[in-house]
Design a protein around this ligand. Structure first.
Ligand code: AMP
Length: 440
């Protein structure tokens, strides 16, 4: 039995020609793509910090109930897309499909209610959803989130929306539009859901099977159904905004006023409810209108308010919250992405060449002197011949090379060669940093 299992595992990780490969919908980040992600995260963090958010990192694995109670049954994420596992100790865990429920878990666990409110936090990292991979949809994808926890004020909704827009715009996004809606609180939402349910019941014969099923568990989900027939029915569906109670109406009106004040264009989308059942009042999505390969609009970020999530997770007190999640894979693969260069990526100014055993022996000491002085270099220490090392230096186009041969190793010096003029000078190691500082 064990043997059969092992063979199956071995087969799953290999293709027809017997080569190993990563799981479907998951990929290695490397080279330029890695730097694109790294540059984006640096920029996004910088912006988040300016707006007052502080960092937090929660585990990739959480207890499964954090998501089943937080996000709720009747959602694709919980019903179909979660990667779950049972540990040897019998715990039921899930790879996080999103960052909000874990963040609220952390807030409750660490008693953040005692801190000055609201608590503004940002976090980023991979999320996992077992969905069908397609353009802009992976099974492991990266999200950057900002959340304001502990305040129900509408200005917090405006703050997170503005932060999200700033991050997207500074990454190069143009033609952004924001779809926004309010789905009310538990008072007004019940009345709305009743009305919505009765509307769908009247049209039940035309509803596709999947939406008939949703009607039993979570009728709000039918509003963002992808089924063509349902989309037609949705045109005449009652909208949540008309059912808002006075305090939700006031809250929504204030959010819109803040957006107008900041000249952020929005579009009230009455079918926008978003898939997760923890949302209350404001929900929004930021869509890229064009510029993608096939010009179909794509959601770059989404978010909303989740005032009851804390109680659903077991908190004795309500913790109102609002936040967003940016889909980083979709940003860095866009044609408009600015390719923000990571700060740690330095263009080498010098190519270091070593020749002969004596020089190779001391090479790492010289590289250490340069590293400590923050002089970025390139090298190929595994190579031996001058020709092959010079060829790489030419290719990299570094303005200078340091040539360290047996003679130089013996008299503690190095040759500094200007690659453009081909002039060179021998410099004592003790004077090297001073000499390099003088160079352009
Ligand atoms: P959500 O948590 O579903 O609201 O997603 C927030 C953002 O994450 C979306 O607007 C997308 O940009 C991105 N996103 C969601 N699911 C995926 C996925 N499977 N692959 C890549 N990006 C995704």
């Amino acid at each position: 039995m064990r043997k059969i299992k092992e063979n199956k595992i071995r087969k799953e990780s290999k293709n027809k020609t017997g080569d190993v490969f990563s799981p479907k919908g998951m990929r290695d980040l490397m080279n330029e793509e890695y730097y694109s992600f790294q540059g984006f995260f640096e920029k996004a963090q910088e912006i988040a910090v300016y707006y007052g958010f502080k960092p937090i990192e929660t585990p990739v694995l959480e207890h499964k109930e954090i998501f089943t109670t937080g996000i709720g049954k009747g959602t694709d994420i919980v019903d179909k897309e979660m990667y779950t596992l049972k540990t040897k100790g019998g715990d039921h865990l899930a790879l996080r499909p999103e960052h909000t429920a874990p963040l609220m878990r952390a807030y409750i666990e660490h008693g953040m209610q005692t801190m000055p409110q609201p608590v503004l936090l940002y976090q980023y990292g991979p999320s996992f959803r077992h969905d069908k991979p397609q353009r802009g949809r992976y099974r492991q994808f990266w999200q950057f989130d900002c959340d304001a926890l502990g305040s129900e004020k509408s200005i917090m909704d405006a703050l997170v929306i503005k932060t999200c827009m700033s991050i997207l715009e500074e990454s190069g996004a143009e033609n952004l539009s924001i779809d926004i809606n309010s789905i009310g609180d538990k008072e007004c939402r019940n009345g709305y859901i009743k009305e919505l349910t009765s509307y769908y019941r009247k049209n039940i014969n035309q509803l596709p099977a999947i939406d008939k099923e949703r009607l039993k568990i979570n009728p709000l989900r039918i509003l963002d159904s992808k089924e063509e027939k349902t989309k037609e029915i949705n045109v005449g569906a009652p909208d949540s905004v008309s059912f808002l109670c006075p305090s939700c109406k006031k809250h929504f009106k204030e959010v819109l006023e803040y957006l107008e004040e900041m000249k952020i264009q929005y579009n009230i989308n009455k079918n926008l409810v978003r898939g997760l059942s923890y949302y209350t009042r404001t929900v929004f999505e930021i869509i890229e209108q064009k510029g993608t390969e096939d010009d179909t609009p794509m959601a770059l970020a989404g978010g909303g308010r989740y005032d009851y999530l804390a109680r659903q997770l077991g908190s004795k007190k309500d913790v109102p919250g609002v936040g967003f999640s940016i889909g980083v894979d979709r940003i860095v693969t866009s044609s408009w992405y600015k390719k923000l260069a990571p700060r740690i990526l330095k263009k080498p100014k010098i190519y270091f060449i070593q020749l002969g055993g004596e020089a190779k022996l001391k090479s790492l000491n010289i590289i250490e002197i340069l590293r400590k002085a923050h002089i970025p270099i390139a090298q190929s220490l595994s190579k031996d011949s001058l020709g092959s090392q010079l060829a790489i230096a030419e290719k990299l186009n570094t303005p200078y090379t340091l040539i360290f041969g047996v003679k130089e190793a013996l008299d503690n010096s190095v040759i500094v060669r200007d690659m453009a003029s081909r002039s060179q000078e021998t410099v004592k190691l003790s004077k090297l940093l001073e000499y390099l500082k003088e160079l352009k």
